[in-house]
Ligand binder design. Structure first.
Ligand code: SF4
Length: 112
């Protein structure tokens, strides 16, 4: 295991190559429980293996450039993520909810 490998994303943020930023990491019902889709084991966030591939969503992290999200957006996000699952309907993610919110209400960030 090599814990000292990093990459720089599209917004200039230096990020660690590890299970936490790997596309093969899989979430379960519990936020704190993650597994590897390839190796079928629990992942250790700071570790990395030869099958690592950067999850594309981490390439755009930091795009808000330090802006603060509005309370209206945080409430909307929380409500959407806590909605019960509907069979056949894709479960929303923070990224899909932000896109949905932006289309409905505009920017989710506080205007300074
Ligand atoms: S492929 Fe390797 S680096 Fe990626 S989640 Fe699985 S164990 Fe971690």
């Amino acid at each position: 295991m090599d814990n000292e490998e990093f990459f720089v994303n599209n917004n200039g943020l230096r990020m660690r190559r590890c299970c936490a930023s790997c596309i093969h990491k899989d979430y379960t019902e519990s936020v704190n429980y993650r597994t590897c889709k390839i190796h079928k084991v629990d992942v250790v966030p700071s570790e990395v293996c030869e099958s690592y591939e950067t999850d594309p969503k981490y390439m755009d992290e930091g795009g808000s450039l330090g802006q603060v999200r509005t309370k209206h957006f945080i409430d909307y996000l929380t409500e959407r993520l806590l909605e019960p699952e509907v069979p056949g309907v894709k479960k929303p993610t923070p990224f899909s909810v932000e896109k949905e919110y932006t289309e409905k209400y505009g920017s989710p960030y506080v205007k300074l």
